[in-house]
Ligand binder design. Structure first.
Ligand SMILES: Cc1cc2nc3c(=O)[nH]c(=O)nc-3n(C[C@H](O)[C@H](O)[C@H](O)COP(=O)(O)OP(=O)(O)OC[C@H]3O[C@@H](n4cnc5c(N)ncnc54)[C@H](O)[C@@H]3O)c2cc1C
Length: 447
């Protein structure tokens, strides 16, 4: 059965991209978005976090022919630039030569995707907040956020792409007998801060890198913007010392930054104001199942699988959902019962895997990247992988630069490789003999 009237709830990153995929196939697509049109309003301070766009997301954008447009607003980042606590700096490439991830402003990307969606004939209705869906009639009830009137829309096929706190998911859950649901908050929150551009738009830190100030229990990161500024994110405990709670005055904030992130602090003239006024936000992992109802409803993007941002994959994973779904529409020739069933069976294990990988990567970013033994491990892996690319690919590369490898396989391969590396790193004197043939032979034997 061909669906012609498709409603998407949420004009975020994934809903907007999904609409382009579906409109290109000739469907009549409408998106209903709770917020006003962000192209006409200033984005409120502290909510313009940058995102790392990598190969899975790029592949999905290329598939619908819009990556060239997105490239115009992206800055390549070839590696991590570490700012250590002792004042030293180090650089770790993300992958092989020529491999990089991209810094994109969330707001700019979302605006561009909305514009491209409209260019493809998609209608976007702003100020439409989804309240509930009656799955017996497939009627969506919206509240108009300007005049509070209720609006009803009856649709053939509905996608819930309304983010981590999805109303579509909640109403699906409430009308489901055995809905599996879990949400998990880490004890850390995040706050957006800013390093402005230098004179005439110069970059005050290395432009083509993701900057990290790893400090054991917490970290600051900075991603470049095309205007020369950097958007910084502080990932920090909610409570304890130090924490968002303990830094409760301008003086405490500045003195903590001077002491802990001294090079960054000098570049942050509005630090006290940003810290006190920008929101402190929480980080949630959501897992749920099922994602679909027969042939008429599906969750996609963060609504189906919200993850923490430490692998830079939430959006990339949501974009990959769209590409997988598109492949299944071809495969099942518009039979939506089959399409949606296979979509959730394929994507659920991958979403669970990237959720776990992302949680593990927090410890790597905030702590291990500054540990010499961990850096040596990465060096040994990189050397081995360069010599035997068919036998070993670092987990980061599998996730970030290898869209043909499923997240669930990347998790399995990564766990197996990590167990091997633990044995290698336990060899007495590994710091001196890591380049010896014996070490290479040991890895070959263990694979
Ligand atoms: C700090 C941080 C850093 C991140 N960094 C990265 C990164 O580097 N790389 C990466 O790939 N991902 C990253 N992510 C994850 C990424 O932001 C999300 O995975 C992505 O935004 C998901 O897109 P979405 O469209 O599913 O949801 P969202 O972008 O949240 O969009 C949901 C949309 O639905 C609308 N909406 C909500 N409720 C309703 C309702 N009731 N009715 C109608 N509309 C509604 C919202 O207004 C919004 O427009 C990061 C996330 C955070 C928090």
């Amino acid at each position: 059965m061909s669906k012609e009237e498709i409603s998407i709830i949420g004009a975020g990153l994934v809903g907007s991209l999904l609409s382009i995929y579906l409109a290109k196939r000739g469907n009549k697509v409408r998106i209903y978005e709770r917020r006003p049109d962000m192209r006409k309003e200033a984005i409120s301070a502290g909510k313009s976090i940058n995102l790392a766009l990598s190969d899975r997301g790029i592949k999905a954008l290329e598939e619908v022919g819009i990556m060239d447009e997105i490239r115009k607003i992206a800055i390549p980042m070839h590696g991590r630039h570490l700012h250590n606590a002792d004042g030293s700096e180090a650089y770790q490439p993300y992958g092989k030569d020529g491999q990089y991830i991209n810094s994109v402003s969330r707001g700019d990307l979302n605006k561009k995707l909305m514009k491209l969606a409209e260019d493809h004939g998609v209608e976007i209705f702003f100020n439409h907040k989804c309240e509930t869906i009656d799955f017996k009639t497939n009627e969506i009830i919206f509240e108009n956020t300007i005049d509070s009137k209720l609006i009803l829309r009856n649709q053939d096929l509905i996608f819930g792409s309304d983010g981590a706190y999805s109303a579509a998911r909640l109403t699906h859950q409430l009308q489901h007998d055995r809905f599996q649901y879990s949400q998990y908050y880490i004890d850390f929150g995040y706050k957006e801060l800013n390093i402005p551009a230098g004179e005439s738009g110069t970059f005050l830190l290395e432009r083509n890198a993701l900057h990290i100030w790893p400090r054991g229990n917490y970290m600051l990161i900075a991603l470049p913007n095309i205007d020369g500024s950097f958007t910084c994110t502080l990932f920090f405990p909610f409570e304890g010392d130090p924490s968002f709670q303990s830094l409760d005055s301008n003086e405490k904030v500045r003195s903590f930054f001077d002491e802990t992130f001294s090079d960054a602090s000098k570049l942050m003239p509005t630090l006290e104001h940003d810290f006190m006024n920008n929101p402190t936000s929480s980080l949630v992992t959501v897992k749920c199942f099922p994602w679909v109802r027969n042939d008429h409803f599906a969750l996609i993007g963060d609504a189906a699988h919200a993850i923490v941002p430490f692998f830079g994959q939430g959006m990339n994973c949501g974009f990959e959902d769209c590409a997988v779904l598109n492949g299944l529409i071809d495969k099942h020739n518009e039979d939506w019962t089959k399409i949606l069933e296979e979509y959730q069976l394929l994507r659920k294990p991958d979403a669970d895997a990237i959720a776990d990988l992302a949680l593990n990567n927090f410890v790597e970013m905030r702590d291990k990247v500054a540990d010499p033994k961990f850096l040596l491990q990465k060096k040994i892996e990189a050397k081995f992988s360069a010599k035997y690319p068919g036998k070993w690919l670092p987990a980061y590369s599998q996730v970030t630069f290898s869209p043909h490898i499923r997240y669930s396989d990347a998790l399995k391969n990564g766990t197996r490789q990590d167990a091997i590396m633990q044995k290698v790193m336990a060899l007495p004197g590994i710091e001196k003999k890591w380049q010896d043939e014996d070490v290479e032979k040991m890895i070959l034997d263990l694979i």
